[in-house]
Write a protein that binds this ligand. Structure first.
Ligand SMILES: NC(=O)c1ccc[n+]([C@@H]2O[C@H](COP(=O)([O-])OP(=O)(O)OC[C@H]3O[C@@H](n4cnc5c(N)ncnc54)[C@H](O)[C@@H]3O)[C@@H](O)[C@H]2O)c1
Length: 444
């Protein structure tokens, strides 16, 4: 059994390595020659806990291979999983150019029967279109099937999520071909939901949109807490203990980011528009999130006025902890606003610094520790709840900062802790700490 994975990003690499780990012979193919070179040497180009070790083990045991030669993989593969990116177009729709290029490449080189499995997140109807496209391109006498198998792993726990997936979704119009893909997953012993192709495509978007809705909903409740004097942590706890609601995705903060929720909600909105349907809730979810992402910056402006020349430390740039992914991260928007304000900015992130530096170059100071980032700072913004930040000794803010003012977008510290550490502390959906005394001092 030969498996090929096309695209070695967060999804493709984790998928390929995990399939090798359960005993399959896997070849990972990517057009990025440098990436393939690194991977073939056992070096992981992304930060994903446990991935590099598993990659090296399977390379050494001979089950995992890397190549940029599509002809070679197409001549031997039984199953070809496509996991290339489907980013956002300017109008919010899913950009399918990478997928179409990958399919064109496979179609041109395929010379044996194969099952093409689309793992990339794609709008309803795409798998059918890909099947037709392949029929037009393939010139040999070969049988090809197209199966939808959307992916649900989370960055930062990709391996765990692959081995413990809540469900494997398989969409197939040819039932037996779908069953064959389901059998590939048997070593993982996870429940399989087999549907028609269109339903499988929609399950992915509906799942992400629902989770995004939960986040925007709790952020709205947090904003209401700020108006009413309630405390969002208590409200979320009291809600989440109701099993019909559940406690996951009820953490208020500065909005969702990353490579999936923002683009998938927008692609779903565009798709519903194209079908002539008005998905009202989804539109609000997107709007609430884009407002929430700016909230901390405007709170700081309202409290402090101009930030020009202020020394500002941004703690955390990844869109969530345990990943180096900064796509659509709230921190990136904040940093751009701070640059516009002409603040003097330092940033700290345990994994994403290289990527932030690619974006902002010499306009920022890249600190290697929290201590170095906050030294001499006037203001701190907390953007990612890395353990290095949540477990930071609060007394050190007072030690290293001039007059510690913290805007915490992730509610990392308790109000009691912040108060007793003598911080001026503004978080999300909770009372602010020491703000009045700080403003009184400024006015003196
Ligand atoms: N990242 C996640 O957490 C996640 C989770 C679930 C689903 N998804 C979906 O999975 C898909 C992939 O996401 P990702 O984050 O892994 O993407 P990514 O951007 O990290 O990686 C995509 C990879 O595909 C390669 N590629 C592009 N064109 C190619 C081609 N023609 N042939 C071979 N390789 C090619 C790129 O070089 C890159 O290495 C997307 O549709 C995404 O929405 C992502």
């Amino acid at each position: 059994m030969e498996i090929t994975v096309v695209g070695t990003g967060y999804v493709g690499l984790v998928t390929g390595v995990c399939f090798a780990e359960v005993g399959y012979n896997v070849t990972c193919f990517d057009i990025d020659v440098n990436k393939i070179g690194r991977l073939a040497e056992g070096r992981c180009p992304i930060y994903e806990p446990g991935l590099e070790e598993m990659l090296q083990k399977n390379l050494a045991e001979g089950r995992l291979h890397f190549t940029s030669d599509s002809k070679a993989v197409c001549s031997k593969s039984d199953y070809i999983f496509i996991t290339v990116g489907t980013p956002e177009n300017e109008d919010g729709s899913a950009n399918l150019e990478y997928l179409e290029a990958a399919v064109a490449d496979i179609g041109a080189n395929l010379c044996k029967d194969a099952v093409i499995v689309i793992k990339s997140t794609v709008p309803v109807g795409t798998n059918e279109r890909i099947y037709k496209m392949l029929q037009d391109i393939i010139h040999c006498d070969v049988q090809v099937k197209v199966i939808s198998n959307p992916e649900f792993l989370r960055e930062g726990s990709g391996i765990r999520d692959t081995f413990h997936a809540d469900r494997i979704v398989i969409g197939a119009d040819d039932y037996e071909a779908g069953r064959a893909v389901a059998r590939l997953y048997e070593p993982f012993e996870r429940p399989v939901v087999q549907t028609d192709i269109r339903s499988a495509e929609l399950i992915k978007y509906a799942s992400n949109a629902f989770l995004a809705t939960k986040i925007s909903f709790i952020n709205e409740i947090a904003n209401l807490c700020e108006h009413t004097g309630a405390n969002i942590e208590d409200v979320a706890k009291g809600m989440g203990m109701d099993q019909r609601i559940g406690s996951q995705f009820l953490k208020a903060g500065i909005g969702y980011g990353g490579s999936c929720f923002p683009k998938d909600t927008k692609a779903l909105e565009k798709m519903t528009e194209d079908y002539g349907y008005d998905f009202k809730i989804l539109r609000s979810v997107i709007e609430v999130n884009s407002r929430q992402k700016q909230q901390l910056f405007y709170k700081a402006k309202e409290m402090l006025g101009s930030l020009r020349g202020k020394r500002v430390a941004v703690l955390g740039s990844a869109f969530k902890p345990h990943t180096d992914d900064i796509r659509e991260a709230p921190s990136i928007e904040l940093i751009a606003q701070l640059i516009e304000e002409q603040a003097d900015i330092s940033v700290y992130d345990p994994a994403a610094t290289e990527k932030v530096e690619e974006l902002f170059g010499s306009r920022l100071y890249y600190a290697e520790t929290v201590d170095a980032a906050i030294k001499g700072a006037d203001i701190v913004f907390i953007m990612t709840e890395w353990p290095e930040i949540t477990q930071y000794d609060l007394a050190r803010f007072r030690l290293f900062m001039r007059e510690p003012v913290i805007f915490d977008g992730r509610n990392c510290y308790s109000l009691v802790e912040a108060e007793s550490a003598g911080l001026t502390y503004v978080s999300v959906g909770r009372m602010s700490v020491n703000v009045n005394s700080y403003i009184d001092c400024l006015e003196l």
